[in-house]
Design a binder for this molecule. Structure first.
Ligand code: LLP
Length: 382
């Protein structure tokens, strides 16, 4: 966690909890680490990790492009001024609306299946997504390059898809691979890149090699970058990357207040945030660092449980904390990626506010929803 306790307390007082807070300095530092490791590679931020317009606007100003997987994400990217070479449109089941928006903005499409060639708008720029058929070191739900996964074409299909794209008058610019998310083992990337370079025999040189994202927050970027550049060099191609988590995870913290405690053989600390604000612990068994913002001697192990009527509504299990009292603040770290973006309105819970610390002051970058926001799209025809 990069923000000080007093800054975090101020934000919670001012904007209420649950609250997502982001540290601009850490956002900038993460991008600087990516640029220093990957040098001239073109960076496309995976918008799904955190689509807040303020964060997108900052990235756009820093020259970052966007990888979008829905019409909504494309609209957000357009809203902050992205088009042409700063826009990638991806997804295994793109809609007519997404093809139209991508074509209007001059985006590059990532082709996910042979059948998609006939669906592309005329004269599209395209990359072919390769499924390298690898088992990688992450949660099953986060692995996208396994043989059984729905993504990409097989290495054997690549020449056929490139040929079909060219025949149909599209600009087949190169290949794309993304093996999954929160990957800790650098060897997984090496294996994927090796599968790509083996394809050079069949493809010859290409303009672009896009190696996706998937880097865990403590990944060895220089090591991954070295191998990615070597793979791109095989094709005499320009290297593109699509980090999501790495650019925003560490900058974000979820602040939640203690509602109370209970002791049933296990010690529970009950908080005003839960699965509706941060789904990752429940969905993937993800462990986010938990920091108590109150003083006291660390004692006992606590399960941090949210307010939802579901047993799985736990933010953490067995963490060591000083004895909590109602009103105390807990901070869940590494929550900038896939935290706010995966929050939901289940139980008609308004999604939390989001605030950015720019080094001198707090700014609200998303207001807290109201229950009326949650039901605003509902109609009453009877
Ligand atoms: N490129 C493609 C084609 C992707 O599918 C993804 C993520 C990324 C880039 C960015 O991956 P990253 O660098 O963020 O790992 N909800 C999950 C993560 C799902 C990621 C889906 N695709 C989570 O909370 O961990």
């Amino acid at each position: 966690m990069t923000l000080s306790r007093s800054e975090l307390r101020t934000a919670a007082e001012r904007f209420g909890t649950p609250l997502y807070v982001y540290d601009a300095a850490e956002l900038d530092a993460a991008l600087a680490r990516v640029r220093s490791a990957f040098g001239p590679a073109r960076v496309f931020y995976a918008v799904k990790a955190n689509p807040n317009l303020t964060l997108l606007g900052r990235m756009r100003a820093a020259g970052v492009g966007f990888e979008c997987v829905s019409a909504g994400e494309i609209a957000r990217a357009e809203h902050v001024g992205a088009s042409g070479d700063t826009l990638l449109v991806n997804g295994p089941a793109k809609s007519a609306q997404e093809y139209a928006a991508g074509a209007r903005l001059g985006a590059t499409f990532i082709v996910d299946r042979v059948e998609e060639v006939g669906l592309l708008p005329p004269r599209s720029k395209a990359l072919v997504r390769v499924n390298p058929a690898l088992d990688v070191s992450t949660h099953d739900h986060l692995a996208t390059g396994a043989a059984s996964s729905k993504f990409g074409v097989t290495p054997e299909q690549v020449p056929q898809v490139l040929g079909a794209l060219r025949e149909a008058g599209h600009d087949a610019r190169g290949l794309h691979v993304h093996i999954g998310s929160a990957i800790r083992n650098a060897g997984d990337f090496s294996a994927a890149f090796a599968r790509l370079t083996a394809l050079h025999l069949h493809t010859g040189d290409l303009d672009v090699l896009d190696v996706g994202g998937g880097w865990g927050v403590d990944a060895d970027l220089p090591g991954i970058a070295r191998e990615a550049h070597a793979a791109a060099a095989t094709f005499s191609a320009q290297l593109w990357v699509e980090p999501g988590r790495y650019l925003v995870a560490r900058a974000g913290t979820l602040l939640t207040r203690v509602v109370g405690t209970k002791h049933t053989g296990r010690n529970f600390v009950l908080t005003d945030a839960g699965m509706t604000e941060l789904l990752r612990p429940m969905l993937y068994g993800a462990q986010h660092p938990v920091t108590a913002l109150w003083d006291g001697e660390v004692q006992d192990r606590w399960d941090v449980a949210g307010p939802a009527c579901e047993s799985g509504d736990l933010l953490a299990r067995g963490v060591r904390l000083p004895a909590p009292t109602p009103g105390d603040l807990l901070a869940l770290g590494e929550a900038g990626a896939y935290g706010a973006s995966m929050s939901s309105n289940y139980l008609t819970r308004p999604r939390p506010a989001e605030a950015l610390w720019d080094g001198a002051a707090w700014a609200l970058i998303r207001r807290r929803e109201t229950p009326q926001d949650v039901w605003a799209a509902e109609l009453a025809p009877f």
